[in-house]
Write a new protein. Structure first.
Length: 407
């Protein structure tokens, strides 16, 4: 049994500092009194904590704002110029890299398609894109604290190693963390793309007001990021939320993970496009081609093509069963679905929600929001900077004053 640890003064201080910084991420700017009212901390306690953040350079004071009874108070905001992070979205078929400031804004980004499944191409692109981003950071005098990387799972963050990437055997066992730290000399954090996405939705998207939130990656693979009471639930080995490798069909086909009937074999875009090609080869439906896309299937389904409608409805049904299991297991306030399969349109998403409704307890379903991500920037990229910035937020006391402090 793991021994419970108490909180010393530094732990409590970091916890309260983290609370204030997260409030500023959510609200953009607040006064000291706003913070006291939102947290329940005393005015003197807030004053000391804010003073600490000002000294560190993470927060700056802005103009006076009017308050009740004609009083004026100083507004506080995050100092976006205090610290920066490099964020990397490593997907199966592309790589995106960007420079993030402390406010989570993207100042620079670069994107490349991954043409093959060979690891050498991937590492070459990592070197090229991260190198270009660091060059831009140097140009604008932006101090980079670390590199955050999101990738498909399962993966092990403690050594930054990819464990299983379906249909990409050369990637398995590759340590992204070791590669980046050896080549660029910056602390690197690797995290599951679903966990990164749920952070992005919590801080910038549809989950801002949720304490119990799940983000579901419906892409070439399937996974879930589970956010609960301030933290992403990862489990003891960081495979919590790996719903893509849960059994949805007990006598189904064999998956690369060793299991049978895995959810992503029936609901991912990989599975849908594989079956679409089989349909094309067997029947040559009007409007179809050998290389179909989710967007094209959505257009055909909307136009009345029965093959496309059935294919997308079936995939939606399977994913909906997976979501119903999430409702029962985690009881979230909201589930946000994102990535490639959301381009399948209303026919697909209606099938997802109908499958959940048929299988979940009526009251649970009625009180759980299920929606498609509305973020304009891909959450699995947008959240990569947060991996590093949260490290700063969670360890403020142990981090030295940042040099790039606004005057």
């Amino acid at each position: 049994m793991r021994r419970k640890k108490g909180n010393n003064v530094i732990n409590l201080q970091d916890s309260n500092l983290r609370l204030l910084l997260e409030l500023l991420y959510a609200k953009s700017c607040m006064t000291r009194q706003d913070m006291a009212e939102a947290t329940g901390l005393s005015a003197s306690g807030i004053s000391k904590l804010v003073g600490f953040l000002l000294d560190k350079g993470l927060v700056v004071e802005e103009a006076f704002i009017s308050r009740r009874k004609g009083r004026r108070a100083i507004s506080l905001r995050l100092n976006g110029d205090s610290v920066y992070a490099v964020g990397v979205r490593l997907a199966r078929n592309y790589l995106t890299c960007g420079l993030f400031n402390f406010s989570g804004e993207i100042l620079y980004s670069i994107h490349r398609e991954i043409e093959t499944k060979q690891l050498t191409e991937t590492t070459q692109l990592l070197s090229e894109l991260i190198g270009a981003t660091l060059k831009e950071a140097e140009r604008i005098n932006a101090p980079v604290y670390g590199i955050g990387v999101s990738a498909p799972g399962p993966l092990f963050p403690y050594d930054g190693r990819l464990v299983l990437i379906t249909d990409y055997p050369e990637w398995q066992g590759f340590s992204v963390k070791k590669f980046c730290e050896e080549n660029f000399g910056l602390r690197t954090i690797l995290e599951h793309d679903a966990n990164v996405s749920v952070l992005a939705e919590k801080w910038f998207g549809g989950g801002k007001d949720c304490d119990q939130l799940i983000y579901v990656v419906a892409d070439r693979g399937v996974g879930a990021g589970v956010y609960t009471n301030g933290y992403v639930h990862t489990g003891s080995q960081n495979i919590a939320g790996e719903i893509g490798h849960t059994t949805i069909k007990y006598d189904g086909e064999k998956c690369e993970c060793g299991n049978r009937g895995c959810l992503e074999l029936y609901s991912s875009s990989t599975a849908v496009l594989k079956e679409a090609r089989q349909i094309w080869e067997a029947e040559r439906p009007s409007g179809w081609s050998e290389q179909m896309t989710i967007d094209k299937l959505a257009q055909l389904a909307q136009a009345g093509c029965e093959h496309a409608r059935q294919l997308l409805t079936k995939a939606g049904n399977f994913l909906g069963i997976g979501l119903a299991n999430l409702l029962t297991t985690y009881n979230p306030e909201k589930i946000i679905v994102g990535d490639e399969m959301t381009r399948a349109g209303d026919i697909w998403f209606s099938a997802v929600k109908n499958a959940v409704k048929e299988r979940a307890l009526p009251e649970v379903y009625a009180n759980t929001k299920i929606e498609v991500s509305q973020l304009e920037i891909e959450p699995a990229f947008l959240g990569t900077g947060l991996l590093v910035l949260r490290l700063v937020v969670e360890n403020v006391s142990s981090i030295s004053t940042f040099n790039n402090v606004s005057s």
